[in-house]
Design a protein around this ligand. Structure first.
Ligand SMILES: *Cc1c(COP(=O)(O)O)cnc(C)c1O
Length: 372
């Protein structure tokens, strides 16, 4: 699905030197690279604080801990997402309240959020799925009206611009109370292992987040709260510093591939290409089709036989997962997510797709679709 090898080849000299430098200095934990990367990323995002941590799941968990969310508090998030979003809510004893998404653009349905708000609701976790921002302006208005925190899950959309109705732009993840991202290797800004970060413009909250990520200590060996151990290591930070400089060109390469796919599948009644929202640009973490009347598993097998990988993100809605099933939900409650989970398929999407490869992929998909 991603070609990290070719991407590495293009920055190999710089990356190898950076890794060797960390080893030479033996500052493996909290070395200068970590601080500099956090500053570089804060500047890129135009946000006051970037707090690096061990992965995107930790970023979500630490944010919820820092906001003081307590057992029994309700947190609203999308039914159509990666499990990590709901997992940390459950892990902290909070109640995940799931809502449906929009059928063409996969973003969380704001009307459904409003319906789900109760006196116990404390936070909304919009997920900027597949590389586009959720409708932050509408979500922030709801949050303000009901006095809720907004924790943006921007693991799949780092670098995406949210476009306000007055034309102003802000980076996805910097609009809510906090933004949480992941540097998992296949994410748009991926390191060579695990990594994550939390963004916020709130000084007090940033301090709490730093403390919680560091065993609850603000001064060494003084523990004011129960925290966790969650760090981005120096080697990963050194790699990310280099890759951050390429993030915009990586997004451009992804968009070019997406446009090729769009054209190849235009006007095919069995294939629906991903729609763009008007309030965000797209950084195409995934390029996800909705199939109509096509056996998805057979298509996937056919593509595999031609060495074309394809993946199903996500095959089962959260409310139908054993771990998240409860009396609140039953099959049929989230018709859009249920339909998406039964009909989506994602094609290879990365920074190294050339026209020849794209032609081979789209020809292979169309060969199957046109004879089935
Ligand atoms: C990848 C991802 C996460 C978790 O990130 P990790 O670094 O793997 O812990 C959370 N939410 C979404 C939407 C993701 O895609």
């Amino acid at each position: 699905m991603v070609d990290l090898k070719q991407q590495y080849e293009k920055i190999k000299t710089e990356v190898d030197v950076a890794i060797q430098n960390v080893i030479n200095n033996t500052a493996f934990i909290n070395g200068p690279e970590v601080k500099i990367f956090a500053e570089d990323l804060a500047k890129y995002l135009n946000v006051k604080h970037v707090i690096p941590c061990a992965n995107g799941t930790d970023a979500l968990q630490i944010s919820m801990m820092a906001l003081g969310l307590k057992s029994g508090d309700e947190v609203i998030t999308a039914d159509f997402t990666y499990v990590a979003t709901a997992e940390v809510i459950g892990l902290l004893g909070l109640i995940p309240v799931l809502v449906d998404v929009n059928p063409n653009t996969f973003d969380i349905d704001v009307k459904a959020i409003e319906k789900a708000i109760t006196s116990k609701t404390k936070a909304i976790v919009p997920v900027h799925l597949f590389g586009q921002s959720a409708n932050m302006e509408a979500i922030m208005a709801l949050a303000k009206k009901h006095n809720l925190y907004v924790i943006e899950d921007v693991a799949q959309a780092i670098g995406a611009d949210y476009i306000f109705s007055n034309g102003e732009k802000k980076k996805a993840g910097t609009i809510g109370t906090v933004g949480c991202t992941s540097f998992f290797p296949s994410k748009n800004l991926g390191c060579y292992g695990d990594g994550g970060a939390i963004y916020t413009n709130d000084d007090e909250l940033a301090k709490k987040i730093r403390t919680i990520a560091n065993h609850g200590q603000s001064v060494q060996y003084v523990h004011d709260s129960i925290g966790v151990n969650s760090r981005l290591d120096s080697i990963q930070a050194a790699i990310l510093r280099i890759k951050l400089k390429h993030l915009d060109s990586y997004a451009a390469a992804r968009n070019k591939a997406a446009e090729y796919y769009d054209k190849a599948f235009a006007n095919n009644s069995k294939i629906k290409t991903p729609q763009r929202v008007k309030f965000s640009n797209h950084v195409f973490h995934q390029y996800t089709l909705q199939l109509n009347g096509i056996d998805r598993v057979k298509l996937k097998d056919y593509l595999a036989s031609k060495d074309v990988p394809a993946m199903i993100y996500y095959p089962i809605p959260l409310h139908l997962q054993k771990a998240y099933k409860n009396d609140r939900y039953k099959e049929g409650d989230f018709p859009v997510t249920e339909k998406l989970c039964a009909s989506v398929i994602s094609l290879p999407m990365h920074t190294e797709l050339d026209e020849e490869t794209l032609k081979y992929i789209t020809d292979s998909v169309l060969q199957f679709v046109n004879k089935n």
